[in-house]
Design a protein around this ligand. Sequence first.
Ligand SMILES: [Cu+2]
Length: 546
Amino acid sequence: MSIYSRRQFLGGMGALGAAAAYPGAWATSATPSGLSTDEVLGLEAQTTGFSNPLRLPGTSGLFGVLPATDFKEVHVVRSEIEVLPGQRTPVLAYAVESGGKTFLNPALLARQGDQMRVKLVNRIDQPTVIHWHGLSVDSRNDGNGLHVVAPGQQMEYAFTVRDRSSMYWYHPHAHGMIPQQAYHGLASLLFVEDDDEAALRKELALALGESEIPLVLQDKEFDAQGRLQYTPSPAQSFGGWVGSRLMVNLTERPVLKAERRIVRFRLLNGSNARSYRLAFLQQGRALGFYLAGTDGGLLAQPVRIDQTFLSPGQRLDVLVDFREAQAGRPVTMASLPFDPMHQEGGHDMGAMDHSQHGAVHGAAAPAAMAMEGDARALMRIDLAPSGTPYDRRLPARLSSLAAPLEPGGTPRRMRLGHDDQGHWTINGGVFDHATVALTVQRGARATWLIENAERSMPHPMHLHGFSFRVLERLGSPDQIRPLAGARGLLPQDLGVVDTLQVWPGESVKVAIDFSHPHSGDQDYVFHCHTLEHAEAGMMLRYQVKA
Ligand SMILES: [Cu+2]
């Protein structure tokens, strides 16, 4: 699909007018809904012991920033890094040599239109493959796991970056290995820049690594020697692995120094299974902030909110104006308490995970700390006066993104469920990589209705090959409805997305444009990004017919 036809679709005149449909829908409150001032203060107090400087992308090494066209090979290797202070942690990593420097899990920078030519060299003892999450490339370059790279083997990627500016990411996608490999370190970022992005950077005087900070949220377990532990019980292999040690950019209990100016956070939930309910807190109150973009780039205009959910695989682009915060007091980035809704098959998965977690990890990892949905501080932000005078204002418009066009015809139903043999299912089916479960015609504009069962778990559903738009959210649970505006849509539903959280009981209607410029039939997958759910069957192969 050309950029032009994509713009046409995204910019089509739909029934919704984004600006008109959501006036004041997300008025912010002094304290986030349901929390007392004392509870907020308690969350902030968790950061008292936070002292590890947040790991930031530098010019080499772990998360070093590297133009996507400045290297020829990426090696999947075993390595060791200092994740916890003073300990060496064995990890899997993407290793790149460029300009005499070594990078591990480089943060890649691409311009729209760049030609990516990269050879993947598999130097570990397991099959693997890189999936460029969110990029609209052909099936082979998508790295969707239908073909994998055996140990010692290589694969050439060659594609054009056609997507809107955003923070995408790359991670392994060899079925049977995905949760383990991602958890042990294989994941990093890919920034795409276009003219809207350049304009916003200039307007707000943003600099990557200084006033624009990527934040990768993950949860891990370590043994006493600092080695990562991935030992899911049968219940966790089904429900999802949730670690008790929260990490931001592989930094535990991090501190970030920020100036009192507009700071941009590029958030990725890189956890296997844990969702977060993010807020910025100061002195018992929630700081309002602006949602600027989603998985697939900038919104038409910033939306002011005071909290947002972030599910595995999703990204959010957030602007916080720290001039609104009090000087001399830290700000806490936290995950507010929520109900993780682990209620598959009529029993409470959360409670099950709770007891089993304690059994696996013993007293060293208090079971309560592992509970998804617990109130947890993620990072302390120490504020300093701006080094240079800063009088920038948020632009009223961020991009030309228009309201989505709603295709006609009956929506295709995608029912999320499970069977009684420990599988998660889509339309009753369990993933089989050799079977094309559904076909669509190239160029079709389709509506899908993604329906989650009433007694279930949340499923962050990820579509390969095409980003999409959200049209309507029905049947949302109590903790979601107050955050929604017209047609039940959350602020993050207003953007271009590739990963969509569908809560138990919800039906979410989305519009997908299956146009693309590639010749021949293209095979992709649609799956839950709770990585254990995908392994337990919640993935299907679909084909776009030429
Ligand atoms: Cu799921």
